[in-house]
Design a protein around this ligand. Structure first.
Ligand code: C5P
Length: 232
């Protein structure tokens, strides 16, 4: 199969069906825009499964996604889309770059969620942008940005409730959207502990990629624990 793209954690292949791609989840882990790199045994398998469950949950709640089906441990069939070059971030609790940028402590609960767009561009380090930048740079139209924001807030509510039932607090997450051949904007990429911060509600233990970023150890154990709570 022809590989279309290799990202930090996934490879995308063409399939015989023009409207579909195959996503292969790798074990590679990167942080700080690729500066820190490692391989985490089985991460791809766990993230493929977690992402599949999350996409199924969202689809069953009327959120349109690229997900078609999971076909093996590491492979998922998705609808072919052109990725909108925006990282869409929603935050419920302060953490990560928000703490750094504004000098606030981690763990501050927000009354209402914080929404951010970043320009998806590795060379520039995914800079934070606003709607005006995105429109000026022709990354998306105003209508598309409004739609993406509305979907992201809906997804936040669905995921907060979903993870709460698993005794996990959804701190923040990153989404990517794509445009189909019919010009429809749908959720793409993945939703996993690589792209979400999740803390155990009882212990506040980090159950996500911050374990890798900050060398906290037991990275795969935490990812497996998230999956096992979903599958329970
Ligand atoms: O680093 P930052 O605090 O801005 O990250 C916010 C959220 O977005 C985190 O859940 C992080 O895992 C996710 N993220 C991501 N990919 C990036 C940047 C952030 O999945 N390139």
């Amino acid at each position: 199969m022809e590989m279309l793209y290799e990202g930090k954690a996934k490879k995308i292949f063409k399939t015989d069906n023009n409207g579909e791609y195959l996503v292969y989840y790798k074990d590679d882990a990167t942080a700080f825009n690729g500066v820190k790199k490692d391989e985490i045994n089985e991460k791809g398998i766990i993230n493929n499964k977690i992402s599949s469950y999350v996409f199924e949950l969202l689809e069953s709640n009327d959120i349109k996604t690229h997900y078609v089906k999971r076909i093996s441990d590491r492979e998922m069939i998705v609808k072919s889309v052109e990725i909108v070059p925006l990282e869409v971030i929603v935050r419920n609790v302060s953490a990560g770059s928000m703490c750094k940028r504004f000098g606030v402590d981690e763990g501050l609960e927000f009354k209402s969620p914080v929404f951010e767009f970043s320009y998806k561009n590795d060379d520039l380090g995914d800079p934070l942008i606003n709607d005006y930048h995105a429109i000026a740079l022709k990354l998306a139209t105003k209508e598309e940005l409004d739609y993406i924001r509305e979907q992201a807030f809906k997804i936040n509510e669905l995921l907060k409730t979903f993870f709460k039932k698993l005794d996990l607090k959804l701190i923040d997450f990153k989404l990517e959207f794509g445009k189909t051949q019919d010009n429809e904007i749908i959720l793409a990429d993945e939703v996993s502990p690589d792209t979400c911060r999740l803390w155990d509600v009882n212990t506040n233990q980090k159950m996500d990629k911050d374990r890798f970023r900050r060398d906290l150890g037991n990275v795969i154990d935490a990812y497996k624990e998230v999956l096992s709570r979903i599958e329970l």
